[in-house]
Design a binder for this molecule. Sequence first.
Ligand code: ATP
Ligand code: MG
Length: 247
Amino acid sequence: MNMIVETKNVTKTFGMNGIAVEAVRGIDLQVREGEFVAIVGPSGSGKSSLLHLIGAMDHPTSGEVFFRERPLSRMNDGARTDLRAREIGFIFQTFNLLPMLNVFENVEVVMRFGGLAKRERIQRTESLLKTVGLAERMRHLPNRLSGGERQRVAVARALANQPALVLADEPTGNLDSTTGTGILELLREICNSRKQTVIMVTHDFRAASYADRVLVLRDGRIRGEAGLKGVTDTHKTLNQLLELELE
Ligand SMILES: Nc1ncnc2c1ncn2[C@@H]1O[C@H](COP(=O)(O)OP(=O)(O)OP(=O)(O)O)[C@@H](O)[C@H]1O
Ligand SMILES: [Mg+2]
C-alpha cells in the first residue's frame, strides 16, 4: 500500500523569550493511503505542532516530511500552497473561519480554485452543510454561531475539495455526543469509500475508537501505538494504551 505521509526524525523547536520549547522531538511516522489514524496525548504534547508540520503549514527544525514521497523541504512556497489547497483539508483547533463570510460562503470559497463549476460548488456546499446539520444556518455569519456549530462549518469546509488527506485537530471537541458521532462516522466513511486519509488529533477515546490505528504522543515523542482494525474490544485496547500513556 502506498504511503501518503511519512516523517523521518522530525523535530520542531520553538524559541520563546530565549527559552527553547521542544514541541516535537524526533518523530518517525508512516501513514498509508486510505488510513484513519488518531493521535492522542496530553495538552502540550506536540499534537497540533506535528499536524502543522505534516500539513506543510510549518517547517520542521530538523528531519523531513514527505507527501507521497515528495520531500516538503524541496518544495517552494508556491508548491506548498498548491499542495495545501488541492490535496489537504484542515480542521483547525481554532476553526479559522472567515468572519466576513457567511456559513455557506466559508465552505464554498475553498472550491473556487479547483476549477469546479459553480453549480457543483453550490450542490456540494449544501450537501455538506446538510450532513453536518447546518442546512438552516447557511446565511449566518460565524460570530452568530455556537462553538460546536463553527466547528461543524470547519469540518464541511475541510471536506469540500475531497482532499486526499484530512488533518483534523480535535474535530469533535465542542460537540455533543450525537453530533460528534455524526462527524466521526463521516470521517470514517470518506476513508472507507473514497480512500481519503484522515489524521485526527483527539483527547477523546471514544473518537479514537473510530480510527484504524492510534498513536500516543507524549513530550513530543510517540510513546505507544495500537492497531484497531479487526479488534473487537477496542475499549480494552485503548485502555491498555492509556495506561501506557500514564506511566
Ligand atoms: N508558535 C509557538 N511558539 C512557541 N511555543 C509553541 C508554539 N506552538 C506550540 N508551542 C509549544 O509547543 C508545545 C506543544 O504545543 P502543541 O500546540 O503542539 O500541543 P498540543 O498537544 O496540540 O496541545 P493541546 O492538546 O493543548 O492542543 C507546547 O509547550 C506549546 O507551548
Ligand atoms: Mg493542540
